[in-house]
Ligand binder design. Structure first.
Ligand SMILES: [Zn+2]
Ligand SMILES: [Zn+2]
Length: 359
């Protein structure tokens, strides 16, 4: 007989969980493991609500396991450290993003790309090394191997820093990897949601000219006056699109609905790169001719490794990059999910876990 989950995880925990595909979240008692030698335990202060959480609680991508405690934009304060922990001490401000484990031996892991490890372990709805289910940040505390926690710079407020752990690294990593982090480049950002709005901020911090590309002209004022974009392009306006042809070095495409790529490829200069970051559930049409005529690239990118996540959050600290958030109590979470379906949030909900989660 194997050990029960309670024997492996003897520390009581409390959070909110989805019980079935309705996705409705409700209070949930569970347990977490004791602090291992290389683990840090922390009290969760805030947790962002990522669009992934919405897909997962409703099993829209398949493979959802219930009860499910979602949440992978987690920040908190360390309350306990294992005997071999080197990076953290009690009282440190830490963050955990989408990953809590990996194999540590494959080429990806060796190159600090745990995000591409075939045996990476997601923060929730996954199976941990000990065979138990992982639970995310809509909960009172968490315990994690120190290699999967990052240090939050002191100048960043924890609530608005939380979304950087998923949305932030999702934007930062492709800018770095694809060489779109050089001053003076012209970057496009398609879609002005949780991902896109931090994409604008990182692009500006790298010294790019940033153009927001959107279907709706009424986001122009917000994009330029509030988020600091340099210009705004309505992709349904043929005159505007024609005028902007072949002007961009790179485009971050955050749209997760099916949409035409050819107009975006047309905006790229020769050697330009269109980076796909949303996750449409159906294939997109990709004619090849527009790529040949200009040696253009269409690529994808998914979150980032832990080393780069620390680098991203340090960069955010240095340049004061934060998500724009609406802080909510945990008992508002089901309403927040309904609003998220309608994209009715500017731009990320963040749950005030420490002040609103009561066992
Ligand atoms: Zn996410
Ligand atoms: Zn690996």
């Amino acid at each position: 007989m194997g050990k029960s989950a309670e024997e492996i995880h003897p520390v009581k925990a409390f959070g909110w969980a989805a019980r079935d595909q309705s996705g409705l979240l409700s209070p949930f008692n569970f347990s977490r493991r004791e602090t291992g030698d290389e683990d840090v335990r922390f009290k969760i202060m805030y947790c962002g609500i990522c669009h992934t959480d919405l897909h997962r609680i409703k099993n829209e991508w398949g493979g959802s396991k219930y009860p499910m405690v979602p949440g992978h934009e987690i920040v908190g304060v360390v309350t306990d450290v294992g005997s071999k922990v080197q990076k953290f001490t009690i009282g440190d401000k830490v963050g955990v993003g989408c990953l809590v484990g990996a194999c540590h031996s494959c080429d990806n892991c060796v190159n600090n790309l745990e995000n591409y490890c075939p045996r990476r372990i997601l923060t929730y709805n996954a199976t941990y090394h000990d065979g138990t289910t992982t639970y995310g940040g809509y909960s009172d505390h968490m315990v994690v191997n120190e290699n999967f926690a990052v240090r939050i710079p002191d100048n960043l407020p924890l609530d608005a820093a939380a979304p950087l752990l998923c949305a932030g690294i999702t934007m930062y990593s492709p800018l770095r990897y694809f060489g779109l982090d050089k001053p003076g480049l012209h970057l496009g950002v398609v879609g002005l949601g949780g991902l896109g709005h931090v994409g604008v901020k990182f692009g500006k911090a790298f010294g790019a000219k940033v153009t927001v590309i959107s279907t709706s002209p009424n986001k122009k004022k917000e994009a330029i006056d509030h988020l600091g974009a340099d210009s705004f392009l309505v992709c349904r306006d043929p005159d505007q699109m024609q005028a902007a042809m072949a002007t961009m070095d790179g485009i971050l495409d955050t749209v997760s609905a099916v949409h035409p790529l050819v107009p975006l490829i047309g905006l790229l200069k020769p050697h330009g790169k269109l980076i796909m970051l949303g996750a449409p559930d159906k294939p997109l049409e990709l004619p090849v001719f527009p790529l040949l005529l200009g040696r253009k690239t269409v690529a994808g990118s998914g979150i980032g490794g832990l080393k780069e996540t620390q680098e991203m959050i340090d960069f955010a600290g240095k340049h004061n990059i934060l998500a724009d958030i609406e802080v909510i109590p945990i008992d508002y979470v089901n309403t927040a999910m309904e609003r998220l379906v309608k994209a009715d949030v500017r731009y990320r909900f963040v749950i005030d876990v420490a002040n609103s989660l009561k066992a």
